[in-house]
Ligand binder design. Structure first.
Ligand SMILES: [Zn+2]
Length: 209
């Protein structure tokens, strides 16, 4: 019995030894944590360059992704990234997690040792660890239905008051979000609303000039 187990272990060792170097580390890849601060209406990722180095992607590519997904303007500033709207660390971390899932992790072996290559017009993710190759599934921009991050706390949006709630708040819609607008009780009017709080797909804000 013992001997059989021993042999099995040995077999495993041999199999293990013949694996490519990159597959030997079985520590799970962890998405780097973003270090975010808010300065007035700006949001700064203080460790942007470091994050890019850890995930081995070009800073300009990750920036482009963030700007698109977070619906904001921004730029690289030395080793930091600066966004021109107020975003939470949580929002940015969520986007980074999605980026890693889409553009980094091999769907076959789960390793992050991948590179992006172009095959004609298709962007492919090639895994250096197991050799798997898959097209990168990039969500198509849908102008009619804004993405999840379309409504962001602290941002201001222009909306049309579609109805008025029982408590006198205006109700508007942005994509799948229902926006409750304090101080806008006239149906059909176009108002600017500043979002104070988001709860699921409900957003609460007030009319601003
Ligand atoms: Zn792989």
């Amino acid at each position: 019995m013992d001997e059989e187990e021993f042999d099995y272990e040995k077999l495993l060792d041999t199999a293990y030894d013949s694996l490519p170097e990159t597959m030997k580390t079985d520590e799970r890849f962890e998405v780097p944590k973003v270090d975010v601060i808010n300065e007035g209406k700006m949001t700064i990722i203080r460790n942007f360059a470091e994050v890019c180095e850890k995930i081995r992607r070009e800073p300009k590519d990750l920036l482009k992704y963030f700007l698109r997904e977070l619906g904001t303007a921004g730029e690289i500033d030395g080793r930091r990234a600066v966004f021109k709207s107020k975003l939470s660390e949580h929002q940015i971390q969520n986007r980074l997690n999605s980026y890693v899932e889409t553009y980094i992790i091999c769907s076959e072996c789960g390793r992050p040792d991948t590179e992006l290559i172009r095959e004609g017009r298709i962007l492919m993710l090639k895994c250096e660890a197991c050799g798997a190759k898959r097209p990168v599934m990039v969500r198509k921009a849908q102008p009619q239905t804004p993405q999840k991050a379309a409504v962001i706390e602290g941002n201001t949006y222009e909306v049309t008051i579609e109805s008025v709630g029982r408590r006198g708040d205006g109700i508007a819609k942005i994509g799948k979000f229902v926006i409750y607008v304090k101080g806008a009780s006239k149906k059909g009017t176009r108002v600017r609303v500043r979002i104070d709080k988001i709860n699921g797909t409900n957003a609460f804000g007030r009319a601003v000039p």
